[in-house]
Ligand binder design. Sequence first.
Ligand SMILES: [Zn+2]
Ligand SMILES: [Zn+2]
Length: 386
Amino acid sequence: MATNKNYYDILGVSKTATSDEIKSAYRKLAKQYHPDFHPNDKAAAEKFKEINEANAILSDEQKRKQYDYELEHPGMRGNPFGGGGGFGGMGGFDDILNSMFGGGNPFGGFGGMGGGGEKRPARGADIEQTIELSFLDAIKGCSRTISYNRNEPCTACKGTGAKLGTSFKVCACCGGSGRIKYQQDTIFGRTIQVGVCPDCGGSGRQVLDKCPDCKGKGYQRKETRFIVNIPAGVDKDSSLRKRGFGQAAGNGGEPGDLYLYFRIEPHKLLKREDKDLHVTVPISYKTAVLGGKILVPGVEDTIELNVPEGTVSNTRFCIRGKGVKTVNGTGNLYVTVQIDIPSKLSREQIKKLNDYEGSVSIKSCEGMQKYANSISSVYGKKIDKQ
Ligand SMILES: [Zn+2]
Ligand SMILES: [Zn+2]
């Protein structure tokens, strides 16, 4: 699978390459390996395909981000919806990280190269939809009804556009091959390109008797509506694919796919990093000194955390297994405590605080004692608590 290839290596650029650097590397290599200069050279053709694949990903900001994410999280491939059992109720969905970089060549463009006279009607276009999720819904999983308008394959003619039981004639435009050749002036000079026949959409045939339901188009404009079960643990980089729920191709071609992306609202307190959750919680001076139980936000409910006595500000506690559950395991909840101080004290409180401070010896404050010793030895000055 193409995922094993490193697209940066293929283009010979660094991971931090700018889009201009990528463009220039791509042009250089594409020129070097262009099939026009290497007729009947399979290795060069393969290399050319690879270069185009790499460029298709890296030159597209969105796809590059997704690819970088996958590079950095090799374990997340096929995830968080990976092939495993957690996917049971999802029906026709599979994971885009697999499909996107797979052999399917969703980037087209050069698909016709070297393919010969293969008759294949063009595939319908893909559709993208974004689903808004709350922070916790994305973590816990949920279901959503989604609806959108698309060209749905006509059921009466099974998407062919021909009245059921009638036949087709050979396409006059392409002579039945489904492909036409045309000249194009490109940065490499004049080249012969092979494209899908515009008359028959690549099927190589034309309808004799049009389907009355769709008037020969092979599809009908309709609202598609269904319930999608969103698995627990989706993130902003996740997406789901529902095969065949994109635009109908017409001419009997395969419909495109539906890609679902997620926009996830931030949580008031929690922050997410892959499987782990992070939160910063204020605690009082007294709790820091004497210890105590505090309430911290969790996925299902609040969680009680025991703060031990003598806790300093910015101490981080880990609550194991209270992060995000994914098929790859469950993350942790990290709680950072910060000592919060009162902003306004009464005269009486100030007096009590002064009395208290005066009663505490520097010897019982380890950090302060060490500091005072250092100041004394380096600068020769004696300090007390400060
Ligand atoms: Zn029809
Ligand atoms: Zn044709």
